[in-house]
Write a protein of this length. Structure first.
Lengths: 474, 1509
């Protein structure tokens, strides 16, 4: 398979990003792509390992060695077939997955993993471009009806598989468009929304029924749903954001990151937002609290809105630049991550705890932070200690809270269904994704808490398989 | 009470007995009877004592015996009233000691005699001297009486009557139910010969039977045999000679031969015997050895009218393919007979006599030595060795040897020796065989095609699914085979569960494992020694009556490969005419019926087939083309084997041939199984459809026809390899020979459908077999709304997340690396807990075991340090792994008191010296493998342990190849070869064809390095226990049993997957058999194969191991991530590569290895504390500490029964369970002790010394110990030339001058046996005939086989002819010889050989380096040369000419050779006759080297100031 010596002959080559000066002027995708020959060479670097750690690292179990080989051979049809057999939406993950596969890639032992993520995106794009991805409506229908609630990556994946298994599937979405966080959370400069539309179109052609702007639990009762469908899958995400209940939290100018990002995404697609509701960073000193991917998206968005300055702070210590001995290959690497958004201009601080917000005239002007130290206790648990005398104020007139998410929204549907929840407030499911009610299954962040898109897809797929089994035994 | 062989218990099975031996005869050619002949015969026996063996009591021999002409004068002198010679018959009979039973049998003698019109004039009590017996022999000693029979018949008729009489009595006693019936045995019953034998050492034979020393005893013929059995249950009746034969060797195809013979009985008719014929059945006595069965059939053929040469050439024919120089008429003779009798295949040296004729022959491979001497007073002495009889030089008329496939026959009546070509030409003229063939036998290729049948198939994908085709099959099996015509190669070991534990549905094929030869017989190299191999077989009306010869018997179709394409099958189907009629039987069963339906379908098949035989149909086509939604395929192997056994049972098998038309078979193993269980021809139509599809899709970038041709070629070569790894040469005899064992099949299934196949852990039944066929079938017909990607990879070879389980998976690899790199024991516990719980899924047999707990405080358990001494790392050569990895392992093991293993490939002598800080980085274990690469005397003396690798877990029975691109300068230097030249390791050790040969090599090595332990590495298979017992008797100090899971740098994937057994079975069988034999106490047992955790160590310890080997795990700690790319040299972590760029990526450190072993030891201690065991030795063999789990609910795994593995032999109560004493090595009183003394001055201060001694064939390995002393003191290059000069007179024993070190010169006046100059390391050996000899030296054999094996440097001059395999694997020695046997210069990689006379066949096979110069006097050398790797050219180059002249000059100087003198003095006349034989690869490298030297010289002239004056 492939070229066994490819990795010796070809260096890792990334598509790279558009120049900062250019890309911050628009919301188009940042990442560039390689030409076909380069792409094939990159794929040739895959060694077809006896133990493909990449596949182990991949939540959806993408069969890397086999489609890398197909790319190398220039057989894009085979490549997309292999890829789609494990991943419904390679065009999404190819763009936004942090690629645990590459962390686990055997070539990453020497820090030059195969460009698996880019290869994935390239495979999907090439396949769409050449019409290799065609609607595959099921040849027959089972007559069983399934409702999937929530059209984020988990819901989409689940609905897609169940539809292809021949069930009548209806995908409910409370927003006006399908995609969930893919559409409204992730900025266009990372994932252009026509990529989602293209996929949704395909799924509809395959017979999937999509009902947007239907908020189950409000517009349609759970009871109705249970009467109408043989099975229901909840893929409602973990939309409850973690708040920062400190003094001054109610000052104007402090927003949840997701509200900020969603609004911008809507603006990009052409929605008109009333001036009073508009959250704009233009000319402002922006403080992003929370060092994760969402925070990073805020940074990029703020820069594109021409913020005066952008600062991002994180309560945890600064991660090391290299793997530490207790974080070896092939495990996920807990190292400092510099996103394209960070490159675009941003000051970053770590080990800062936010004590309170200060403001003037009801509007925020800054946040008081204190440096903290982290120590391990006897049980190895990390404990935080404030360092006396390190309080200071970071000036800010727009504060974006990206502290992660707690659990799914429990009001409404979950309450009405009286489903059992976990300690953390997520939907409790058994091993086969069944909730405390036989007919109802759950998948994605609603079950696992907020995590990567690829985990959501994986969860949606597994739930679909369980639901299919459930339906077959009905 | 002792009754010979113990019953089957635990894993020990008496069927696995092997033996081999010394054989020979002494005869007076003119038939003059005398006591001297008998005396000489007994002497010959004595002089081959070292070829036999002793049991645990050290006095019981394995068996010895003698056949002589009936000593009429002696018998009369004893007062027995007898008619004239020829008018009575007699024989020695073993009776039960129980008097009642004996009398009962004697009554049957009288009664049967009466019924056959014979009278018994007398019984004679044979005087015996029981006091000489060893204890074991005495326990089974029978009452020995001699019976006499007369009747009113002429001699031949009487002889036949005696035969009937004997067979009747044998049957009667066998079926009598007497409690001591197993004592009973009739040694012989003849009017011509009598056999004296028993459970003796050679010396005891004469002492036990005073008859033999009686002055009145006379015979003109004495045929002798001494036995070396693999274990200590040899029995009285299995001693040899048998009635006609003595056999040294092993019949590998014995199971098949026996079954076919049984099947034939139904059809036999004899004019000589008429109705009496049935009394002779069964022709083969049940429960006897392979040699005994061969004798049975030989006797039967001779008794029913064939001559002895006729019978012997039917049973053990010589090779007759086009690479053998024999006349066409003889080829026709052989081909005709191959149709009526398959070869009894395996190494064989045979001597036989009927009282008038006495003769000997070798099988086609001729691997057993047989030398003879003829004197001027008409004595002929033949034996496994030369020198067994001493004659003064001037009395010797001729010295010769038996040659492969050739017969030597003496007619003592006419007083002549009949040469082979005369015998053969007579045989081939008996009938017009050639014409018979021409007129009757069809050739498949030549049958007219009426209709082409396409390879495509309707419902392609459905068939793919029904038959479980995976993407692994397509990518890893079909693609490489189609593209390269070779079997796919893989690396690292097999870490997937056995089929019965796998959670993935398996084909029935996967429940079988290939057998392979180890120690007791050699595997063959099917590539380099293709001249003995053949895939030709026949199908058709097969035979009617074996005892007749007529043209109708060859109405068969001959095919050259058992794999036929669809059109060929069509041809056969359309042949519907007399003798070629056929019907098709569907191999399908009701898909809705489960096991019961399968059972019914099998019954139906048997019924239909039997009906077909009754309807005179000639062949059956078993087809699974008829599968559909309601019909699932019967596993083709099950159908074939069931039918085969059924038809044998109803005696209808010989009348019909099987053709299998199946979609199931795809890889080599599948075809091998089908053929091995009775199929003649296979049409794998689905495999062709797959190839066709892959070609169409562009996945195989070849024209379909070429792809198909390549695929068939790959299968054919794979079959040859599977056959040859068991030492079998012909498909004809492989057919139906069942060289497999089952693992995970229930006893009922095996007994009913695979009878005779070992199966030791129980397993699945018909219900589960049906289910496994039905799972993919259901899947195939499951309606899927959207087409899924199919086929998928299921992880058979490479790990996949959702696929087949692999013991080495991302989690286990990552955790082990993490733990050892950070020295974190907690992490290690995570690792071991994960591994143990995965094992208990269960994925490995040990996962089915629980140990019993009885905790004690940890402090009471012996320390970690003690336990670490039990650990060794696996044999991985520097060459297969990088220098960095190799040294890291050595450094680590030396620091913890364990041992690392150098592997096959030498070791840099620099590493033998400790580093300045005292660190030692040499490998404690030095391996001696078949290639002998880098095995110099210096290498041997720098070892604590010398390991003889008989087999390797990943490819037992196969050789290896290190491709030229991996051989860089350093590796070439260490292996004494040339950079860039491919190195081939032969499948067998060419000095180990049998157990006594192994004993010889152990002796050789012990002589070189008396302080080193000698270990022997075996691979787990059924019967490894008896092999281990033999190895223990051959005085190995340590035995390693490797599991089939073991790793490799490169091996055919079918071997990785399908050869050998899991270690649990191997180690238990070895341990149990050794305990039963009371041999366990004198050897240490070691085991390896996918061991990972402390629990693994403890469990294997309880099953019998004292030491533990780790290879993969150790490499993983050094960074190995199971890439399985070792064979491609692209290891990305610098472990298994020589590429300097990749080696830079090596991130391992010896500390990690140390951490690993320390953790292991710690864990072992903790488990021991839990079990209440203080010392590890106390748990070895304590299977009472284990129990099989009862909580397994997996539908297949729960059928497994480990009680045989956990069996504790009852002998365990009295015999030790672990090593308690050391082997006694007989090296205290050898000739070398004296040589060392005499060479004292030379050893001490390099003073020159001269030594002169007589020598006997019992003086073996002369020079080895002396050389060890030299190397120990003076290292690699030894002493200055000619420092120690020794002259010997007489016949030298085996391994004369072995490992002779630099500075030693040996001159032998006389002759020498095999292995002369083995491992020559700089010394000089000269062999000349004794002064006064009258024979012409250049026409006589004066040295034996396998000379200069693995020589690395030094010189050899031989005034005379050498045997087979002269200079095999020579990598540096210079030699001159005056003629050689077959396979000269085989696998040679360096050095120079000048041959001044004829060569045998297959010269230069596998020769990749060095040069041979052959004097081509007859102009036919080209025919005898294997030109696979070499080219032939005239001797023209000036430097070549000078080289040859110099060597001839030396030859003349040292040996006084007339031949050399003549050539040198007539140089111009002889020069054109010389042919230069040089490997093409080697010539290129030499030319490059010359250019390089020239370039340097030029540069030097330009730049060097000394040239600028």
């Amino acid at each position: 398979m492939g070229n066994p010596k490819g990795f010796l002959e070809v260096k890792r080559k990334e598509g790279g990003n558009r120049p900062v000066s250019e890309r911050i002027l628009d919301f188009s995708e940042v990442e560039q792509t390689l030409d076909e020959e380069d792409r094939r060479l990159q794929a040739s670097r895959c060694m077809d390992c006896g133990v493909p750690f990449c596949q182990w690292g991949c939540p959806v179990m993408n069969n890397m060695p086999e489609w890398q080989d197909a790319i190398y051979r220039g057989d894009w049809q085979a490549a997309i077939n292999i890829l789609q057999a494990t991943n419904n939406f390679p065009e999404f993950t190819g763009r936004i997955c942090p690629a645990p596969c590459e962390k686990a890639c055997t070539l990453n032992i020497h820090k030059e993993p195969v460009t698996i993520r880019e290869n994935e995106a390239a495979t999907a794009e090439r396949a769409f471009e050449r019409g290799l991805i065609k609607p595959q409506p099921p040849a027959f229908r089972t007559g069983k009806k399934v409702a999937v609630i929530g059209s984020g990556p988990a819901g989409m994946a689940c609905a897609d598989l169940l539809n292809k298994a021949g069930h009548h599937v209806t995908l409910f979405e409370k927003d006006d468009s399908v995609g969930g966080l893919l559409r409204f959370g992730i900025p266009d400069f990372k994932l252009a929304k026509n990529v989602i539309d293209r996929r949704v179109q395909l799924m509809m052609e395959e017979g999937l029924v999509i009902r947007t702007s239907v908020h189950v639990g409000k517009d349609i009762s759970a009871e109705e749903l249970l009467n109408e469908f043989d099975a229901v899958c909840l893929a409602i995400g973990a939309m409850k954001p973690r708040d920062l209940p400190v003094e001054g939290r109610d000052l104007k100018g402090i927003y949840f990151a997701m509200d900020y990002l969603t609004q911008q995404n809507k603006v990009v697609r052409g929605d008109q937002i009333a001036e009073k509701d508009r959250i704009l960073a233009t000319g402002k000193k922006v403080l992003v609290i929370g060092g994760g991917d969402t925070g990073s998206d805020c940074v990029g968005t703020a820069n594109r809105q021409k913020a005066k300055s952008v600062t991002q702070i994180e309560i945890l210590p600064k991660p090391p630049e290299e793997r530490t001995p207790d974080n070896p290959w092939p495990y996920w690497a807990n190292v400092l991550k510099v996103s394209s958004s960070h490159e675009e201009g941003c000051e970053r601080f770590w080990s800062l705890s936010t004590k309170r917000f200060v403001g003037k005239n009801g509007s925020v002007t800054g946040a008081e932070v204190v440096e903290v130290a982290w120590e391990k206790d006897a049980n190895g648990k990390m404990l935080m200690k404030e360092i006396p005398g390190t309080k200071r104020i970071i000036p800010a007139d727009l504060v974006l809270l990206s502290l992660g998410f707690l659990h799914p929204v429990q009001e409404g549907l979950l309450k009405e269904l009286e489903l059992k929840l976990t300690e953390r407030g997520n939907v409790h499911v058994s091993r086969n994704h069944q909730t405390s009610k036989a007919k109802i299954f759950a998948a994605g962040d609603a079950v696992n808490g907020a995590t990567l898109v690829v985990h959501a897809i994986a969860s949606g797929r597994r739930a679909a398989q369980d639901i299919d089994r459930y339906l077959q035994n009905l | 009470m002792w009754k010979g062989l113990p019953d089957k218990s635990g894993l020990y099975n008496p069927e696995n007995e092997h033996d081999s031996c010394g054989i020979g005869f002494v005869a007076h050619i003119k038939g003059q009877k005398s006591g001297e002949i008998i005396r000489r015969g007994l002497e010959v026996l004595l002089n081959m004592s070292h070829r036999g063996a002793e049991s645990a009591d050290n006095t019981t021999g394995d068996g010895a015996g003698i056949t002589i002409q009936i000593p009429h004068r002696f018998l009369v002198s004893k007062g027995i009233s007898l008619p004239e010679p020829g008018e009575y018959g007699t024989g020695i009979v073993f009776f039960p000691p129980d008097e009642k039973e004996r009398k009962a049998i004697e009554q049957w003698f009288y009664r049967t005699a009466e019924e056959e019109n014979l009278t018994i004039p007398a019984f004679r009590d044979v005087p015996v001297n029981s006091s000489v017996l060893g204890e074991i022999a005495r326990r089974s000693e029978p009452v020995i009486r001699q019976v006499f029979l007369t009747g009113d018949y002429e001699q031949d008729e009487l002889e036949r009557k005696l035969y009937i009489f004997r067979k009747r009595i044998e049957n009667e006693v066998r079926n009598s139910g007497l409690s001591q019936s197993s004592y009973f045995y009739i040694n012989s019953l003849s009017t011509r010969t009598i056999v004296y034998k028993g459970l003796f050492t050679p010396v005891q034979l004469k002492e036990y039977y005073p008859d033999l020393s009686d002055p009145a005893m006379e015979s003109a013929i004495a045929l002798i045999h001494s036995r070396f059995s693999t274990n200590t249950f040899p029995t009285w009746d299995l001693a040899q000679p048998f009635r006609y034969l003595s056999h040294n060797g092993e019949i590998n195809t014995i199971k098949g031969n026996r079954l076919w013979m049984k099947a034939r009985e139904a059809l036999l008719q004899s004019q000589l015997f008429g109705k009496d014929l049935e009394k002779l059945f069964p022709v083969i006595e049940p429960g006897k050895s392979d040699s005994a069965s061969l004798d049975n059939v030989f006797e039967f053929l001779v008794m029913t009218g064939r001559s002895m040469p006729h019978a012997i050439t039917m049973l053990v024919p010589e090779s007759f393919n086009d690479r053998n120089p024999i006349p066409n008429s003889l080829k026709a003779y052989y081909e005709y007979h191959s149709m009526i009798m398959e070869p009894w295949d395996g190494p064989a040296s045979l001597v036989f006599t009927d009282g008038r004729y006495v003769g000997g022959t070798l099988d086609r491979n001729g691997l057993r030595p047989s030398r003879y001497v003829i004197t001027d007073d008409d004595l002929i002495v033949m034996g496994s060795e030369v020198g067994v009889q001493k004659f003064s030089a001037e009395k010797i008329r001729e010295k010769g040897r038996l040659r492969p496939g050739k017969i030597l026959l003496v007619d003592t009546k006419l007083g002549i020796i009949i040469p082979d070509n005369e015998i053969k030409s007579q045989l081939s003229r008996q009938n017009p065989y050639g014409n018979w063939l021409k007129e009757n036998r069809l050739e498949l290729e030549k049958i007219e095609v009426k209709q082409r049948i396409p390879s495509t198939i309707d419902q392609y994908e459905t068939y793919l699914r029904i038959f479980g085709y995976t993407k692994d099959d397509l990518d890893m099996v079909f693609k490489p085979m189609a593209l390269e015509g070779k079997e796919p190669v893989g690396s690292m070991g097999n870490d997937t569960p056995p089929a019965v534990l796998s959670k993935k549905p398996q084909r029935l094929f996967s429940y079988f494992k290939q057998h392979f030869a180890q120690v007791t017989n050699p595997p063959i190299d099917p590539i380099r020694e293709g001249l003995v191999m053949s895939l030709t077989n026949y199908i058709g009306a097969l035979q009617t009556n074996l005892l007749e010869e007529n043209p109708a018997m060859c109405k068969l179709i001959r095919f050259q490969s058992p794999i036929i394409i669809n059109t060929d099958l069509g041809k056969i189907k359309s042949l519907q005419r007399e003798e070629f009629s056929n019907i098709t039987i569907n191999m399908v069963f009701d898909a809705n019926g489960g096991g019961k339906a399968l059972q019914e379908a099998l019954d139906r098949i048997c019924r239909e087939a039997e009906q077909a035989v009754d309807n005179k149909i000639n062949y059956l086509i078993l087809s699974d083309r008829a599968v559909d939604k309601d019909h699932a395929p019967i596993p083709s192997l099950l159908a074939v084997s069931t039918l085969h056994h059924y038809l044998i049972g109803v005696k209808k098998r010989m009348q019909i041939g099987f053709i299998v038309e199946t979609a199931e078979a795809r890889e080599v193993m599948h075809f091998a199984l089908l053929l091995g269980y009775g199929a003649s021809v296979i049409n794998p139509y689905m495999a062709f459809a797959v190839l066709d599809d892959m070609c169409k899709k562009g996945e195989i970038t070849l024209d379909y026809k070429i792809a198909r041709q390549n695929y068939i070629k790959a299968i054919d070569n794979g079959l040859l390899k599977i056959m040859s790894k068991m030492g079998i040469s012909t498909l004809r005899s492989y057919h139906g020979s069942q060289i497999f064992e089952a693992i995970g099949l229930s006893n009922e299934i095996v007994e009913k459908y695979f009878n005779g196949t070992p199966s030791n852990i129980g397993g699945i039944g018909l219900e589960e077999i049906a289910e496994e066929a039905l799972i993919p079938h259901r899947e195939a017909f499951r309606l899927a709304p959207v087409k899924e990607v199919y086929p998928k990879t299921v992880g058979i070879y490479h790990w996949r997340k959702d696929g087949e389980f692999h013991g080495w998976n991302p989690e286990t690899i990552a955790l082990l690396q993490w733990a050892t790199k950070t020295n974190n024991y907690e992490k290690f516990r995570e690792f071991s807990n994960l591994v143990n719980s995965q094992n208990r899924e269960p994925n490995f047999l040990r996962g089915l075991l629980n140990y019993k707990k009885n905790p004690i405080p940890l402090e009471e358990v012996e320390p970690e340090e003690n336990i670490m001494k039990r650990f060794v790392t696996g044999a991985m050569s520097y060459g297969s792994i990088s220098k960095e990895a190799h040294e890291a392992l050595a450094r680590a093991m030396n620091s913890i008191g364990g041992r690392s293993n150098t592997g096959e490939g030498g070791e840099d002598a620099e590493r033998f010296k400790p580093l300045p800080d005292g660190t030692l980085i040499r490998s404690a274990i030095k391996q001696v493998a078949s290639g002998r690469f880098g095995v110099t005397t210096n290498y041997l003396v720098n070892a604590d342990e010398l390991q003889i690798k008989m087999a390797q877990g990943a490819k037992p029975g196969e050789g290896g190849q290190l491709p030229g691109y991996k051989v860089d300068k350093i590796i070439a230097r260490l292996r004494h070869s040339t950079p860039g030249i491919t190195l081939i390791s032969p499948p067998p050790h060419h000095d180990i064809y049998s157990i006594e040969d192994l004993a010889q090599l152990i002796f050789d090595l012990k002589c070189v390095n008396p302080t080193a332990k000698i270990s022997v590495k075996l691979v787990s298979e059924h019967g490894v226990g008896t092999v281990a017992a033999g190895v223990a008797k051959a005085r190995a100090d340590l035995i390693t049993i490797s599991g089939n899971e073991g790793g490799t740098g490169a091996s055919p994937v079918s071997s990785i997957k399908h050869a050998g057994l899991p270690i649990e079975l191997g180690i238990s069988e070895a341990h149990q058999t050794l305990v039963k034999n009371n041999l366990r106490g004198r050897v240490r047992l070691q085991t390896d194969g996918q061991l990972k955790t402390g629990l693994d160590v403890v469990l294997m310890g309880i099953l019998g191991a004292e030491e533990f080997g780790f290879a993969t795990a150790a490499l993983v700690t050094l960074g190995c991530i199971l890439m399985r790319k070792c064979h491609l040299n692209t290891c990305p972590v610098g472990v298994a590569t020589q590429n300097p760029e990749l080696r830079k990526r090596f991130i391992g450190r010896s500390e990690y290895v140390v951490n690993y072993f320390r953790f292991l030891a710690r864990e072992v201690r903790e488990i021991m504390a839990e079990m209440g065991i203080r010392k590890f030795d106390d748990l070895v063999g304590r299977t009472d500490l284990l129990e099989q789990r009862t909580d397994i609910d997996h539908w297949k795994a729960r059928t497994v029964d480990l009680s045989r593995i956990l069996h504790k032999p009852k002998e365990a109560e009295k015999f030790p369970l672990h090593q308690v004493t050391h082997q006694i090595h007989p090296i205290d009183e050898i000739l070398d002790r004296e040589l060392v003394k005499l060479a004292g001055k030379a050893l001490k201060n390099k003073e020159k010394v001269w030594i002169s001694r007589t020598i006997n064939n019992t003086d073996r390995a002369v020079g080895a110990m002396l050389s060890g002393e030299v190397a120990r003191r003076y290292g690699e290059f030894g002493l200055p030339d000619n420092t120690i000069n020794a002259r010997f007179y007489g016949s030298a024993g085996q391994s004369f001058g072995a490992f002779l070190a630099g500075g030693i010169s040996f001159t032998l006046e006389g002759d020498a046996n095999d292995y002369l100059g083995k491992g020559l390391s700089g010394g000089r050996i000269i062999v000349v005939p004794p002064a006064g000899s009258r024979f012409v030296p250049e026409e006589n054999i004066i040295i034996g086989n396998t000379v200069l094996y693995g020589a690395t440097s030094g010189e050899l001059y031989v005034r005379g002819i050498a045997g087979e395999r002269f200079a095999v694997r020579n990598s540096g020695a210079f030699a001159v010889v005056e003629g050689v046997g077959d396979h000269g210069c085989e696998y040679m990689t360096g050095g120079r050989v000048v041959v001044l006379g004829p060569t045998g066949r297959n010269f230069a096979a596998g020769m990749s380096g060095g040069i041979a110069y052959v004097l081509n006097r007859n102009g036919n050398f080209e025919y005898f040369c294997n030109k696979g790797l070499v080219e032939l050219s005239p001797l023209e180059d000036r430097s070549d000419i000078l080289e040859v002249q110099m060597m001839l000059n030396n030859h003349l100087l040292y040996t006084g050779s007339r031949v050399a003198e003549n050539i040198l003095s007539n140089w111009d006349e002889y020069l054109p006759m010389f042919v230069k034989v040089i490997p093409m690869e080697y010539r290129k490298v030499l030319e490059e080297q010359k250019l390089e030297a020239l370039r340097r010289k030029l540069e030097a002239t330009e730049d060097s100031p000394q040239y600028h004056y």
